[in-house]
Design a protein around this ligand. Structure first.
Ligand code: ZN
Length: 72
């Protein structure tokens, strides 16, 4: 199976959790989603109406073992 571009293809609207690699489909136009498998929260954007793009973790909820949270 070939790797498709993230932006296009039949999996439009799906994102893949970078923590556990589960694919899931966030509700349209939300900016934060929670992985149904591992519970990690992600920030997403919608470059196209049906194409979600994962921006990164929601830092407030992202576990950082052994690393103090530095606020600026
Ligand atoms: Zn996950």
């Amino acid at each position: 199976m070939k790797i498709r571009k993230v932006m296009e293809g039949p999996r439009d609207g799906e994102i893949r959790c970078l923590a556990c690699f589960t694919r899931f489909r966030p509700k349209s136009s939300v900016d934060r989603v929670k992985c149904p498998s591992c519970g990690t929260q992600w920030r997403i954007s919608w470059p196209y109406p049906k194409t979600a793009r994962l921006q990164g973790p929601v830092w407030e909820t992202y576990p950082k073992p052994g690393e103090p949270i530095v606020k600026k």
